[in-house]
Design a protein around this ligand. Sequence first.
Ligand SMILES: C[S@@+](CC[C@H](N)C(=O)[O-])C[C@H]1O[C@@H](n2cnc3c(N)ncnc32)[C@H](O)[C@@H]1O
Length: 176
Amino acid sequence: MAKFNDLDISRRQECDINTDSLWLINERDKSGKHKNIYHGNFIPQIPNQLIRRYTREFDVILEPFMGSGTTLFECEKLGRKYIGFDINPAMLEYVNGAMSDGKYESNFYINHCNSLDNNQVDENIQNANEKLGTKGVQFVLMHPPYMDIVKFTDDVNDMSKIDNINEFVKKFMEVK
Ligand SMILES: C[S@@+](CC[C@H](N)C(=O)[O-])C[C@H]1O[C@@H](n2cnc3c(N)ncnc32)[C@H](O)[C@@H]1O
């Protein structure tokens, strides 16, 4: 089987990758661009673990629910390319601001997009691949809204507004 990460399996004893179902994380990583400003954001160690376990350097990671950019900041640190969508314009503005130093400009693409709309998703992935000079996506990481707990926007397509479990699951299944 082709290798899908850059880990050295013969040195797994020394490796800090969590492979069990309980991940004990002492303290949230607050270094670099991680500011913990968004309700329901990732603890940065979660995308960090997943990226290192399932992808290689220069792979493309797609995140249909980008939020405040935690995964993108980890991709920058770990040398992965990144495509991110969100329905919340405030987060697009925030993340663009955080990336405005331009150092990673040719390695990420983010846009306002309803990830439940396959046409919008297809068009954005095509634009992203053109910008990044890539052909596809190697890993999809999804951190969807929590059903009916934290309301992110007033947009009718915002999944956080759904208050019915069946409807929520049905919509989530529509994400390509
Ligand atoms: C739990 S948050 C993601 C947090 C992110 N992992 C972070 O670390 O900041 C879920 C995100 O999904 C977005 N969202 C909700 N419905 C969406 C939709 N239909 N298309 C795209 N994004 C959507 C919300 O605006 C919110 O930013």
